[in-house]
Design a protein around this ligand. Structure first.
Ligand SMILES: Cc1cc2nc3c(=O)[nH]c(=O)nc-3n(C[C@H](O)[C@H](O)[C@H](O)COP(=O)(O)OP(=O)(O)OC[C@H]3O[C@@H](n4cnc5c(N)ncnc54)[C@H](O)[C@@H]3O)c2cc1C
Length: 323
């Protein structure tokens, strides 16, 4: 059996888990094994109904009075208990921050290796994986050992593909035995983003700013363009280090990985650590005063010029066309 952890935040599904099910289905077909899913927390139950469309007919639902919010060790312990009773051959999760965190705890509790951020998996003897290393700047081919293969799938490697569904769904509820030590790490407080704000990870258009923006106030022109295009504003680490924007806006290796249709990078040089987070963008427009900036060579389109002149002109032209 293959089991896949379906990640959610208080009942809101993380779509990266649906991408993981695409890999799960492929492995299940190759190994001739059933693919089943795991949901943790009672508020996740409604999500089960979405899973038959992605090839899952059996869902295991961990219910416990303290599983009302994310707690990585409690999630891991729930997975470990389930693994003990189901004896799966492969356990999968999305290569998200939470997916990697939970699976790292699982791996340590069952004393097995974890292959995180895989882009390919080829079952057999040996079980081969390709995975992202060094923030995505190199691909590593590795042999995964262990009686149970533990993997996470790098975000946006596969599309979330639906399948011809029988519509049948079985939900097996279980209560993991959890103790205080499983809740050493738990959510204490939530700081919500402004209502209606499009999340950086999900935005179809991202307008990103780097040190070239010059100041926190300089981001107003980026916000205006993002609003006109129905997008979100992001930034480089130079900007968060300078305190111009919060860390939640940072794109890159140590920030958010974006996958928009269009990324407009303004005054960003294109350092590898930034580009790791932007490589899911389908199109890249760079606005930079320096024609030799690395990002210009990587861009689909480039405007060589001062962003303080280019951005207001772009916004004005969009408004003129729409009026
Ligand atoms: C371990 C590690 C992790 C890191 N993680 C991240 C990460 O997650 N995300 C990230 O972004 N970085 C990360 N970095 C930092 C990264 O290496 C770069 O230092 C950073 O991305 C540079 O930011 P920048 O492009 O805004 O600034 P700079 O490199 O200073 O580039 C500024 C650019 O603006 C242009 N410019 C200046 N004025 C204008 C103007 N008026 N109009 C148009 N263009 C103008 C310049 O030509 C230049 O190309 C990390 C570094 C390390 C070591």
């Amino acid at each position: 059996m293959i089991i896949g952890l379906i990640e959610h935040d208080r009942g809101i599904l993380n779509d990266l888990s649906l991408q993981m099910l695409t890999l799960g289905r492929r492995l299940a077909a190759q190994l001739n094994l059933p693919l089943q899913a795991v949901l943790i927390g009672a508020d996740a139950q409604p999500l089960a109904e979405r899973l038959p469309a992605y090839g899952v007919a059996v869902v295991h639902l961990a219910q416990h009075e303290r599983l009302d919010d994310y707690a990585p060790e409690a999630w891991a312990q729930s997975m470990v208990e389930l693994m003990g009773s189901l004896e799966p051959q492969v356990v999968l999760a999305a290569g998200s921050e939470r997916g990697n965190e939970v699976m790292a705890h699982v791996a340590s509790r069952v004393n097995l290796p974890l292959a995180a951020n895989c882009t390919e998996a080829q079952p057999g003897e040996p079980f081969l994986v390709t995975r992202l290393r060094w923030g995505g700047s190199l691909l590593e081919e590795a042999r995964l050992s262990g009686s149970v293969k533990l993997l996470t799938l790098a975000p946006h490697t596969f599309a979330a593909e639906t399948t011809a569904s029988t519509g049948e769904l079985t939900i097996n509820t279980f209560t993991p035995s959890l103790s205080n030590k499983d809740f050493r790490v738990r959510v204490l407080e939530r700081v919500e983003t402004a209502e209606g704000k499009i999340s950086l990870a999900a935005a179809k258009v991202v307008v990103g700013g780097g040190r070239g923006v010059g100041s926190a106030e300089g981001f107003r022109t980026l916000e205006e363009l993002a609003e006109l295009l129905g997008g979100a504003v992001g930034c480089s680490r130079a900007v968060t280090s300078l305190g111009w924007r919060p860390h939640a806006d940072q794109i890159g290796q140590t920030g958010t990985r974006i996958a928009p249709d269009l990324y407009i990078a303004c005054g960003v040089s294109g350092a590898i650590q930034h580009m790791v987070g932007a490589k899911g963008a389908k199109r890249l427009l760079a606005i930079n005063t320096d024609p030799e900036a690395p990002i210009v060579a990587k861009a689909d389109y480039a405007i060589i010029g001062d962003l303080h002149a280019v951005l207001p002109a772009l916004s004005a032209e969009i408004k003129r066309k729409r009026s």
